[in-house]
Structures are given as structure tokens and as C-alpha cells.
Design a protein around this ligand. Structure first.
Ligand code: GLU
Length: 549
């Protein structure tokens, strides 16, 4: 039965007449049709086709991700094709970076420049012979022609259209050259481009997301160049030739390409090829609805990576913005979850607003999952490495390396997951007290206080010596009672202890800090503070007012 169903899916012809089988097939087919899937599962081939013009940004990662999800959902292949025919825009190193980023994001292509594949090469500049050959086919079947117009003529055309307040477009002059005129110009070696004859079209095409679309582009454009004088193809031509020759079944790309699709479909028609199915992904815009700029550095994936965000959180965030899951609650969804739940018709059709500050929340979700799951120890290692990188020498100088012992670090991580968004946040100044002794000068105000700080510290040391409970709340209660016994205002007492423990006037609750550091380490800090005050007092008998409070 399974084998028969497989055969059936492949050939779409049922060799068995079992009615259950037929029903299963028709349900399956109906469902796949709703998803925009008409080919058999193994034939789903989608591509991400960036130009190597810089860093990958959130918009292009969105295209890559949705193509990946669609391919994986339907057992198909995800292809990376590099569209580098506009040689003037290439940024050195961008090609490698792009592939690194896809790998980092966890969505590597099944076929592409780095991994190869049966449909390569996957870099357009390595496929120029193919484009020349295909352009020749269009010349021979009369749907393309050589254009010998000079740049000067084209410039004049443009200027005169603008002066009449019209949109400039090529006047298709060379469409009408006779064979003799063409041979003559070629024998004179006059440089030429190849242009495609844009036919009038009123036939709608189906966008899987937006429905039927009719664009008569011949109304607004002149015949477009498909092969330039340098023999390099233009984007539209190479894109169509490659989508066909790489057997791409579905094109999922940004909505900015929707206007070009009618032109692409005319090209498929000129070749007599069946076009792939198209779905255009809505625009991504800033939080305030304004257009994104590719130059916005904060949109580069590299920027998020360097700041310590997890790829999983970026993917879940993109899915939250773009939809496709029947829910906006994608925070914490793993890639397999996203693949399983993804459904093309559920994609949002309205522009996706990027509320970048929300990425923090998505990242915390992943951080907590890792902390509670099998990656807990990896996280501890990473935290340790980060801390040593930042405080390395100081940690050693203060012989506080022991503070990075497993238990301590685990406690801190469990506590901090409500306070940090990414592991790197552990390096923020407010958490410095966790790793380092307070700076010596921080006790200065305590030494000049009107009350006897050293005896208060000593009494607290004695108190903590007997502490058995480890809970922050219990410690707070204990300290509150103790302040009554000592007859000192609780707030003042807490201020004293906070400065003694952290060197700062602000920070987490004192009970919480003692809980984190543990009574033993707290006592060490109180003793250090005690000793420092003694030294200051020894060196100066001047008693200053503690007017800082
Ligand atoms: N090279 C185009 C880009 O940079 C690809 C557009 C498409 O997917 O067809 O976005």
C-alpha cells in the first residue's frame, strides 16, 4: 500500500483501483493543492538567489528561511544560487560570508556553490555560455533581437521623454531592422545588446499568496535587454533561464519582484517552458512603517551574531513577523517545529513590521530552553569563556577564579535568566559584583560614616556564619530582624552591606546578592571591607560626616 501510494504520488496515475487508496490520494492532493504544491514531493525545488552585494540582512534571511521551510515541509530541495551578473555591485568576500551565515543560521542549502549538486554551477557568472546559447534560441525563434542603438541615442530618448513628463522607455527601434541591416551592422562590428520582444499580455498569472495578477508591462516598458554588450545576461534573463534549467518548482521571493513576474512569464512562454509557481513575500518595514534601508547596520545578520543572539531566536522572530503558522506565538519554536507548522497560505499579506527590540524576548526564550535542556553544560562553558575573556586578568589577580566553579555559575545562570536576554549580558556592569571584589576606593564613604561601620560589619559576619538557609528571602528576613537588634535603620543597613559587598549604591536586593554569592563568599567580602576600613582609619584619624546618604 505504502509503495503503491508512493508510486501514485510520483506518477499521479493509480495502478491500483482500491477506493481507500484513491480517497487517501485525493485528500492528499487537495491538501497539497491548497499549499500551492502541485508536483510530487521529491520534485519540490526552491531557491534563494541573492546577489553578493554585502552582508545578509533580515529581509534576505526571511526569503532564505521561507524557502527552506517550504522545501523541508514538502520533502524538497533548497538551493542557493548566486546572482552576480551585475559585476559593478559585487562586494569582495560577500559570497563566502553569505554561505557562512546560512550555515550559522542552521538553514544550509542542499545544493549551492559550497556543497555542489547536479544542477551547477550555482554562480551565475560561471554559467555565461548557457545564457548566450539561450539568447541565441530566442533570436532564432524571433522573440528576441539585436539592438545596435548607441548609449547616446538611448540617452537622448530618455531625456526627451523626461522633458515631456513621460516615463522613459526604449522605443523598440531595432525590432524593425531588416536582415540585411543586421548583417551589415554585424560585419561592421558595431556593438550590440540582445533585447526581448515584450508582447502585450492581458493574461493573469496566479500568485500563490496574492491571487490572480494582471500586469501588461509592454504598456510601461520598452523591450528589455537580456544580454548586455559584455555578453553578461541581465537579472531577468539569467533568473528565468536558471529557474528553468535548475528545475525550480516554486519561486518564493520578496514582493518587490512581483512586478517583474509578468515579464518572466513572457520569457518562459517565448522558450515554450512551463513557469514555476510564484509566491511573493510581503515587504518588511520598520516599526513605524517606514521602508527599510539595506544600509541599516542593525539589520545585518552579522550584527545579531556578534551581539550574541542565537540563530534560533532570529528565525522564530522572522516567522513571528511574516506569519505562516496560524499563530504569532513563534517564540521558542525550534526549526523542526517551524517546518512542521509552516503553511504557505497562512503567510501574512500585509507588510511585516520589524520591532527589533522584541528579538531580545525571543532570545531569552531560547536561552532558557538551552539552560533547561541538554545544552546546559555547554552554556556554562560559554559563560565561563566569556567571563575569562572579559575579566581574565582581574579574575586571576583577585584569585576569584573559584567563583567560576560549576555550582556558583549554575546558580547565577538560573537566577539571571529573568534578567538577561543573552549570555553576553552577564558582562554588563550591573553584574560585575558577581565576578569581582568591589574596588578598594568604594569603602571610602563607609570609613567616614558617622556610625561604626566596622562593628556593624563584624556583627553581620557573625550572623552569616550561622546561616543555614540559602534562600534570598530568608536572608532578607534575617537581616531585617538584625537591623532591629542593632538599632540601625534597615535602609541604611542595607546600603552599608550593598557597598561592602558590591562597591555600589544600587543593585539587586542584598538578600538576593548574599544568596547568589553564598554566605561564605559574602563573609569574605565583608571581611575585606572591614580590613580596608581599618586601614583607612589607621592612615587618617579624621572622622568625616557620612553626608552621602
Ligand atoms: N537576485 C535577486 C535578489 O537579489 C533575486 C530575486 C529572485 O528571487 O528572483 O533579490
Amino acid at each position: 500500500m505504502a509503495a503503491c501510494l508512493l508510486t501514485l504520488r510520483r506518477s499521479r496515475v493509480c495502478l491500483s483501483s482500491g477506493s481507500t487508496l484513491l480517497r487517501t490520494w485525493s485528500i492528499h492532493f487537495f491538501w497539497r493543492k491548497r499549499q500551492g504544491v502541485h508536483t510530487s514531493p521529491g520534485n519540490i525545488r526552491v531557491r534563494f538567489a541573492p546577489s553578493p552585494t554585502g552582508f545578509l540582512h533580515l529581509g534576505s534571511l526571511r526569503s532564505a528561511l521561507y524557502n527552506y521551510l517550504f522545501a523541508k515541509k514538502h520533502g524538497g530541495s533548497f538551493i542557493l544560487r548566486i546572482e552576480d551578473t551585475d559585476r559593478t555591485r559585487i562586494v569582495p568576500g560577500a559570497l563566502e560570508k553569505l554561505q557562512d551565515t546560512l550555515e550559522w543560521a542552521g538553514i544550509p542549502p542542499d545544493e549551492g556553490p559550497r556543497v555542489g549538486g547536479d544542477y551547477g554551477p550555482y554562480i551565475q557568472s560561471h554559467r555565461t555560455d548557457l545564457y548566450k546559447e539561450k539568447a541565441q534560441i530566442l533570436i532564432e525563434n524571433g522573440t528576441a533581437y539585436r539592438c545596435f542603438c548607441t548609449n547616446k541615442r538611448l540617452d537622448l530618448l530618455r531625456k526627451s521623454a523626461l522633458s515631456r513628463g513621460e516615463t522613459p522607455k526604449y522605443d523598440n527601434k531595432c525590432r524593425h531592422l531588416t536582415d540585411n541591416e543586421i548583417s551589415q551592422k554585424m560585419s561592421e562590428k558595431i556593438p550590440y545588446v540582445i533585447r526581448f520582444k515584450l508582447e502585450l499580455t492581458t493574461e493573469p498569472w496566479e500568485d500563490l499568496l496574492y491571487g490572480a495578477i494582471t500586469d501588461n508591462i509592454a504598456d510601461v516598458e520598452g523591450d528589455p535587454v537580456i544580454l548586455k554588450t559584455d555578453q553578461f545576461p541581465t537579472y531577468h534573463f539569467a533568473n528565468v533561464v536558471d529557474d528553468h534549467s535548475m528545475a525550480i518548482s516554486h519561486v518564493l521571493r520578496g514582493v518587490e519582484w512581483q512586478k517583474s513576474t509578468a515579464k518572466h512569464i513572457l520569457l518562459y512562454k517565448a522558450f515554450g517552458w512551463e513557469p514555476p509557481r510564484f509566491a511573493h513575500l510581503p515587504l518588511l518595514v520598520n516599526k513605524d512603517g517606514a521602508k527599510l534601508s539595506k544600509r541599516q547596520g542593525d539589520l545585518h545578520i552579522e550584527h545579531f551574531k556578534n551581539k550574541g543572539y542565537y540563530p534560533e531566536s532570529l528565525l522564530a522572530f522572522i516567522c513571528h513577523v511574516g506569519g505562516g503558522f496560524g499563530t504569532d506565538q513563534t517564540a521558542g519554536m525550534t526549526l523542526p517545529d517551524l517546518i512542521e507548522k509552516f503553511s504557505l497560505p497562512k503567510l501574512k499579506k500585509t507588510p511585516g513590521r520589524l520591532e527589533l527590540d522584541r528579538i531580545d524576548i525571543f532570545n531569552r526564550e531560547v536561552l532558557v530552553q538551552k539552560l533547561q535542556g541538554s545544552q546546559r553544560y555547554l552554556l556554562l562553558e560559554q559563560a565561563r569563556t566569556l567571563l575569562i575573556q572579559k575579566y581574565g586578568e582581574d579574575l586571576l589577580k583577585n584569585s576569584e577564579m573559584r567563583y567560576l566553579q560549576g555550582d556558583f555559575l549554575q546558580n547565577v545562570l538560573d537566577w539571571s535568566k529573568e534578567r538577561i536576554y543573552k549570555l553576553e549580558d552577564l558582562l554588563l556592569p550591573e553584574f560585575r559584583f558577581l565576578w569581582l571584589d568591589p574596588p578598594a576606593e568604594s569603602v571610602q564613604t563607609l570609613a567616614s560614616a558617622t556610625f561604626d561601620a566596622t562593628s556593624l560589619l563584624q556583627s553581620t559576619i557573625n550572623l552569616l556564619d550561622n546561616v543555614t538557609s540559602n534562600a534570598g528571602e530568608d536572608i532578607s528576613k534575617l537581616l531585617r530582624n538584625h537591623s532591629k537588634i542593632l538599632k540601625i535603620r534597615y535602609q541604611l543597613y542595607m546600603h552599608l552591606l550593598r557597598v561592602a559587598i558590591t562597591g555600589k549604591k544600587e543593585g539587586p536586593g542584598v538578600g538576593e546578592m548574599i544568596y547568589l554569592l553564598g554566605p561564605k563568599r559574602t563573609i569574605e567580602r565583608l571581611k575585606l571591607c572591614h580590613q580596608r576600613i581599618e586601614e583607612i582609619k589607621k592612615n587618617s584619624s579624621v572622622d568625616k560626616k557620612w553626608n552621602d546618604l
